[in-house]
Design a protein around this ligand. Structure first.
Ligand code: NDP
Length: 327
């Protein structure tokens, strides 16, 4: 259809927003289809956001059908087809994990309720702001009329990082790598899986043939890549996070590639013994806005222990937000 796709972005004046908006407006998400941007910020950031909108105007993007900004989620989310929830409260000095969950709880409770009330019937919601999996769980739990499968949290950046690290290790282009999976939480406990990924059709772990590298270099490099980029660049990995946010939304709406899958954190139905109800990353195939968890993969002891450790962390986060009355 050529009606504009209405896309909300929260935290739009932030670092990720600064990379994300221009790519959304230039067609990276929906090609030639016009896009209408709905940009949410907290009151003190609205002035900076006005500056970003001036720059969007100055690009004269042919596909950009309109931009609306504001701090009221019910106004900004009205009729949106896609909501990219990027804004979140970062951990401040001396902030305990509970404080962080509570601050984000308030944000994602309000946004879930607003989406429930005013979003389009076909809305899809992708959460990038951290702790992404649990923020998605909170938003989902506060939007009882939106089907739960419409919520996901971003593990696509981890997925892309894993592809890039593997490609470098085996000296192959990224296009030769398929069926990468990130399991679990978007956190240091995530498990990037080389036992199902393939390089030119061969099992990646066998091509690499180096369990020490897999365990002690690959997994920690992928899991700690964000910190390494902050260390090198002096600020966070905002451009790659924006790029992955678009990759994830693009594939969700328009479908993952044939004979491949992507990683998305979605509500567990108990597949692979991930406790039902946790928002955990799985290998998924997507088509027309729906996702299906890839079934039937064999999970050996090594993978089992790592998936269990990451989902145990998710269960703790869920219990903590339950205790706070957020879900
Ligand atoms: P960024 O735009 O850099 O990051 C936004 C969120 O994305 C953070 O939670 C961050 O997590 C997360 N994130 C996920 N993956 C990555 C990654 N690979 N690299 C970096 N971040 C990642 O933050 P800014 O502080 O620049 O901007 C946030 C904006 O959100 C601010 O403008 C603020 O005003 C706004 N905000 C808006 C709200 C709203 O619209 N209601 C509510 C809260 C905030 P992490 O903290 O772990 O890096």
């Amino acid at each position: 259809s050529s009606d504009p796709l209405k896309v909300a972005v929260t935290g739009a004046a932030g670092q990720i927003g600064y990379s994300l908006l221009f790519r959304l407006a230039s067609g990276a998400l929906a090609g030639d289809r016009p896009i209408e941007l709905r940009l949410l910020e907290i009151e003190p950031a609205l002035k900076a956001l006005e500056g970003v909108v001036m720059e969007l105007d100055d690009c004269a993007f042919p596909q950009l059908a309109g931009v609306q900004i504001g701090s009221d989620p019910e106004q900004i989310f009205d009729g949106v087809n896609l909501a990219l929830l990027v804004g979140a409260r970062p951990r401040g000095p001396g902030m305990e994990r509970g404080d962080l969950l509570e601050a984000n709880g308030a944000i994602f409770t309000a946004q879930g309720q607003a989406l429930n009330k005013v979003a389009a019937d076909d809305v899809r919601i992708g959460v990038t702001g951290n702790p992404a999996n649990t923020n998605a769980l909170i938003a989902m739990s506060n939007a009882p009329d939106i089907p739960q499968e419409r919520f996901s949290a971003l593990t696509r950046l981890d997925h892309n990082r894993a592809i890039s690290q593997l490609a470098a290790k085996v000296g192959a282009p990224v296009t030769s790598i398929k069926q990468m999976t990130i399991w679990g939480n978007h956190s240091a406990t995530q498990y990037p899986d080389l036992f199902h990924a393939t390089v030119d059709g061969k099992v990646a772990a066998e091509v690499v043939d180096d369990q020490d590298w897999l365990e002690n270099t690959f997994i920690p490099t992928v899991a700690k890549r964000g910190a390494a980029i902050i260390e090198a660049r002096g600020s966070s990995s905002a451009a790659s996070a924006a790029s992955a946010t678009i990759d994830a939304a693009h594939d969700w709406l328009f479908g993952s590639a044939d004979n491949d899958w992507v990683s998305m954190a979605v509500r567990s139905d108990g597949s692979y013994d991930v406790p039902e109800g946790l928002v955990s990353s799985f290998p998924v195939v997507t088509e027309d806005g729906d996702w299906t968890i890839v079934q039937g993969l064999g999970i050996d002891e090594f993978s089992r222990a790592r998936i269990d450790a990451s989902t145990a962390e998710l269960a703790e986060e869920r219990d903590a937000v339950k205790e706070l009355g957020l879900i």
